[in-house]
Write a protein that binds this ligand. Structure first.
Ligand code: G1P
Ligand code: ZN
Length: 543
């Protein structure tokens, strides 16, 4: 087989314990950089000889070139088959589904998720294992170790593999199947949800706006919402994936999906609004004049999932990441099911899902999912909401009001301080960590600290322990503040401060969230001394 082995050097930038690599596009385009990481993945998972891999990405700049390199390297490393989304496109949940459906040995997903794309923005690559989920810590450690020692990679001498035409071809002995990126995923959704009921809802005049943010979910949303469920044409906006996401920031939250928020709070608001991120795993849900926090969305889906066919038998359990609000805990308690608290990051849910301990899981960062794949899934969350709206005939705000009246309301916000000098950010966290045991009883902004600790997680399935997963302070009035450093930022350090206030008094369920959280926000700043330690006056992003 005509093949070359290029000499190379170890690469910088891969963080141990993260299930992928996210960097500036220009870094990925450096000679041998992507190649080194791909070879490190192949070596780290024990070689790919005779294996089947799923390959696809969110369509951002460099997606096509990177896929050509990956396919040539997969062939040179002896893979027997690659299943590739047509045009190089696959949403992250669709890739997870394909891995599972074809019993593939894993997949390579090209995306920097919700980070902007383009020659001067971000690119990323992650490896998912045979269960369809992000690589486990053990595997990511092996890949990381390999990035430190790698000195050569294998690649076929010629490229130009047609990934735009459906069908099967071969590249130097490896079978390449170009598949419709949407078909299998849409079929899965049709098995999970009552499509007839949702179609009837649209037929009755129910209106919706889905903002695909110029990212990968456009074709999925158009095929499912408009073509199969009969939502009016034009329901899906910004539906054509673009290499730089229309110069936007494909992160579905009130800041970056502002146009959708304005429409949903305007005079002609549709009944339901939703958005998804670059690679289609995150979601934002908003009713007429009613933004749903991701934490509340997880709680509501948990309370009502039984209304969709796939979950009619009830849920085995539910899981949330530690900084996600405790709203779902109250719902789980009422349902009599377990609620697991995991570290930030989807990979921790994988074990619980594989072991059948949980059916639904979610994160405050707009990720919600279930055991149907091993990734969070934006459109899935939207369809579950639609199924619930169709079954109950209630509006989003009615459903929320009902839930708050029954379980109390968890006001919630996240403050991000971005691109902070790494030394200063670490110093702030270290100083707070050192004072944790002294904090109970401390008063700040009228609140009193009840407990303070650093979150560690003992995985109930494999017994592994993950430490250093965020500093948390609870207050005597049911408020909570959590501090952690982002593991996905690409520049400096990002400090995330998660603020929460649980209110059960019926008279306090309709407050302005910013007001309801004012005291805990002030207390968090005062106790952490964040301003003095980092030189930052205000958060860069509030979600
Ligand atoms: C962020 C989110 C986290 C999510 C991850 C990947 O990580 O906070 O919930 O799993 O992106 O989408 P962070 O930057 O906080 O480490
Ligand atoms: Zn994403």
């Amino acid at each position: 087989m005509p093949m070359q082995t290029a000499r190379t050097e170890p690469i910088e930038g891969q963080k141990p314990g993260t299930s992928g690599l996210r960097k500036k596009t220009k870094v990925f385009q450096r000679p041998h950089y992507l190649q080194n990481y791909v070879q490190s993945i192949f070596d780290g998972i024990g070689g790919i000889e005779g294996k089947t891999l799923v390959v696809g990405g969110d369509g951002r700049f460099f997606n096509d070139d990177a896929i050509q390199i990956i396919l040539r390297m997969a062939a040179a490393n002896g893979a027997s088959r690659c299943i590739v989304g047509q045009g190089g496109l696959l949403s992250t949940p669709a890739a997870s589904n394909l891995i599972r459906q074809h019993n593939a040995d894993g997949g390579l997903i090209l995306s920097a998720s919700h980070n902007p794309g383009g020659p001067d923005a971000d690119f990323g690559l992650k490896y998912n294992g045979p269960n369809g989920g992000p690589a486990t810590e053990g595997v990511t450690q092996k890949i990381y170790d390999r990035t430190k020692t790698i000195d050569a990679y294998k690649i076929t001498a010629s490229g130009g593999i047609d990934i735009d035409t459906l069908g099967t071809r071969t590249h130097q002995g490896m079978q390449v199947d170009i598949v419709d990126p949407v078909a299998d995923y849409a079929a899965l959704m049709e098995r999970l949800f009552d499509f007839d009921k949702i179609a009837a809802l649209f037929k009755s005049g129910f209106t919706m706006r889905f903002d695909a943010m110029h990212a990968v979910t456009g074709p999925y949303a158009a095929a499912i919402l408009e073509d199969r469920l009969g939502a009016a044409s034009g329901t899906v906006v910004n539906g054509t994936p673009s290499p730089d996401f229309g110069k936007g920031h494909p992160d579905p939250n009130p800041i970056w999906a502002k146009a959708l928020m304005d429409e949903m709070y305007g005079p002609d608001a549709p009944d339901f609004g939703a958005a998804s991120d670059g690679d289609g795993d995150r979601n934002m849900i908003v009713g007429k004049g009613a933004y749903v926090t991701p934490s509340d969305s997880l709680a509501l889906l948990t309370a009502k999932a039984h209304l969709a066919p796939a979950y009619a038998e009830g849920l085995a359990g539910v899981a949330r990441s530690m900084p996600t609000s405790r709203a779902v805990d109250n719902v789980a308690k009422a349902l009599g099911i377990n609620c697991y608290e995991t570290p930030t990051g989807w990979k921790f849910f994988g074990n619980l899902l594989d072991a059948g301990k949980v059916t639904l899981c979610g994160e405050e960062s707009a990720g919600t999912g279930s055991d149907h794949v091993r990734e969070k899934d934006g459109l899935w969350a939207v369809l579950l909401w639609l199924n619930i709206l169709a079954e109950t005939g209630k509006s989003v705000s009615d459903l929320l009001a009902e839930m708050w009246a029954t379980h109390g309301r968890c006001y919630y916000t996240r403050h991000d301080f971005e691109d902070v000098d790494s030394d200063k950010a670490n110093a702030m966290i270290d100083a707070l960590r050192a004072r944790l045991t002294d904090l109970p009883g401390t008063q700040a902004a009228g609140l009193t600290v009840a407990a303070a600790d650093e979150f560690a997680y003992d995985d109930p399935v494999d017994g592994s322990r993950s430490t250093g997963q965020g500093l948390r302070l609870t207050f005597t009035n049911d408020a909570r503040a959590v501090f952690r450093l982002s593991g996905t930022g690409t520049q400096g350090a990002t400090i995330r401060v998660y603020l929460e206030q649980l209110e059960s008094d019926p008279a306090r369920l309709g407050l302005d969230p910013a007001l309801a959280l004012d005291a805990v926000a002030s207390a968090a700043l005062e106790i952490s001394d964040l301003k003095a330690m980092t030189g930052r006056d205000a958060p860069d992003v509030i979600t």
